[in-house]
Design a protein around this ligand. Sequence first.
Ligand code: SF4
Ligand code: SF4
Length: 423
Amino acid sequence: MATNGKIRETALNTYIKEVGGAVAAQLEACTRCGICAEACHFYLATGKPEYTPIWKVELVKRLYEQRFTPLGRLKVALGLAKPVSEAELREWVEYDYHACTMCQRCSLVCPMGIQIGDLIHMARSGLQAAGLTPEDLQQALDNQLEIGSPLGVDDDTFDERMEWIQEDWEVDLPIDKPGAEALLVFSSIEIMKFPDNIAAIAKILDAGGIRWTMSREAREATNFGLYAGSDELETFIAQRVIGPAKRMGVKRVIVSECGHAYDSLRFRIASLMGETLPFEIVHITEVIGELLDSGRIKIKPGVLDEKVTFHDACKIQRRGGNFDQPRQVLKQLAGDQFVEMTPNREEAFCCGGGGGVIATKAADTVRRAAFTVKIDQVQKTGAKKVAMTCSNCRLQFLDCVDHFALDWEVLGIAQLVADNLVK
Ligand code: SF4
Ligand code: SF4
């Protein structure tokens, strides 16, 4: 951790490095209308003014003013404004790391088009550079940098788990198979907590006739560099997928049910690396949609005879636009028993566990509080089954189902498809 006296300066310097004209213009465009507050599940669940989206970048704004604007500098010189203090930087750790999933729902409603989620990501980058990343998030990041996995999946663990999945689920998991057209990458959560998801996706790809492989080197797509707010570390970590994918000559990288891995690889990495990738990055939900549309796989109609609803994941649906494929699956499996939450699709509320929040113990209370917004949405549908396409959301749902003693069944879309394939 940076020494106390250097914390503010390090954060400030990182901010100065990161800030550009467009960001500065965004900060200056805010009219303080307050509309973004009602978009944020953390604010709605707690009513805490500090959880208003724009307040989460207030410190960044003050740093900017004090460094870049003559008026800001004059105010500090005349003693009319206090320079940003180290204690304030520590206070903002809660607002930017615990109470924001970078879900971008606030950006959607801002009449001035301010990308608040991106600004919060930038605020995190300053805090990360200052050594203020929450301890457990930092530990997960260190694990990923040192052994390639935030949850400690080293080579031996990976081999053991893949062998176990092949035997128990009776699936073939090709690893580093030459001539594959697609590389399939997973999140640590799936490898360690949802092995059934790995088996399910293997069954779907095999049924669809796709020549696919996993890779020992590129086995995990989770990216704690993104969560921490470091573009440099995010790029370094993503190279572990990009490098092997290039060498294997695949046409596609298929990201499994992990929203942030998909966001990083699909929407950020090419730009961070400054190059065009020689393959496309797709989410497994898109692949399922393609296979169903082309008739390469079929699923049994009407097998779900109870109400089921769908939770839109921020990165896979709002960001990725993959709204229709999971609904296509649920409409086939459940017919009229599929019911929508309100609001849904791009306006859906985040589950509250993304952006590294679920990996941060100190955020447990606020994370579970934020989930009460989701409880309200699901209860209004009357469904006891909730399906989703993101394992991180699934982890948050399972934790909160347990915490709030809810009688819900939490389902993954890939699992539903694999369990109901027409042979
Ligand atoms: S909605 Fe936009 S303009 Fe209004 S307070 Fe929030 S960031 Fe500022
Ligand atoms: S990005 Fe999401 S969690 Fe963060 S402030 Fe905006 S609405 Fe809230």
